[in-house]
Design a protein around this ligand. Structure first.
Ligand SMILES: [Zn+2]
Ligand SMILES: [Zn+2]
Length: 214
């Protein structure tokens, strides 16, 4: 299993492509906005001869879904998400205006996913973890055999997601982190929605929002 990270749009959102030797791949948080960013994503997929079979969101804040319509149209792939994040997608044009983005209305999901679901691409399994608190409908994707988890804005190196936006809830976020992420093996690599990756073990010991709890 391989993972490729891109950082797109003025918010520097990490878009991840997970793929294996079968060539099938999952695209998480298609956040490419500018034309050259969309090209960068498409060029990588073409160069590696990948076949996107999953389009996923960690959550549907505007900066994380700017390239969703492009991915849907280019690869004939509707996104999958938690039902609680649907309002973010439905109102994305309006949210986008507030941040100066001209949002291409995403193709809306028809299938919803939830905690415990297993998603497949190639020979790989991704387990869905429901982790609300930063935004309603937040999901993390755990790849057990690859020792990695894609967490969006739930957890960062030395920090946690902000909870001052609509549907944010600090206590709920801490609960999600403790019950869904901190129970993973310490050597699990955490791929966040912005910034560098980290390890579960390092966040257990050094994350100021979590120390004192351990
Ligand atoms: Zn967010
Ligand atoms: Zn974000």
């Amino acid at each position: 299993m391989h993972i490729r990270q891109f950082s797109f749009n003025p918010f520097q959102v990490n878009t991840y492509i997970l793929y294996d030797d079968t060539g099938e791949c999952a695209i998480i948080d298609a956040s490419c906005y500018e034309k050259h960013e969309k090209k960068q994503l498409a060029d990588f997929i073409e160069e590696k001869q990948l076949k996107p079979v999953l389009q996923l969101f960690t959550h549907c804040h505007i900066d994380h879904m700017l390239g969703s319509r492009f991915v849907s149209k280019t690869y004939k792939l509707k996104p999958l998400t938690h039902k609680d994040s649907l309002p973010f997608l439905e109102n994305s044009k309006e949210y986008g205006k507030a941040f100066g983005f001209d949002v291409e209305k995403p193709v809306l999901p028809e299938v919803f996913i939830d905690d415990g679901d297993i998603l497949m691409f190639g020979k790989q399994e991704l387990k869905v973890l429901h982790t609300p608190g930063h935004a309603a409908g937040s999901l993390c994707y755990y790849h057990e055999s690859g020792n990695l988890v894609v967490v969006g804005d739930v957890l960062f190196q030395g920090s946690i997601g902000r909870t001052d936006l609509p549907t944010g809830d600090h206590d709920l976020l801490i609960k999600s982190i403790l019950q869904k992420l901190m129970v993973l093996p310490g050597n699990t690599t955490v791929y966040s929605g912005h910034g560098p990756s980290t390890l579960i073990a390092d966040e257990r010991t050094a994350n100021p929002y979590l120390t004192g709890i351990y």
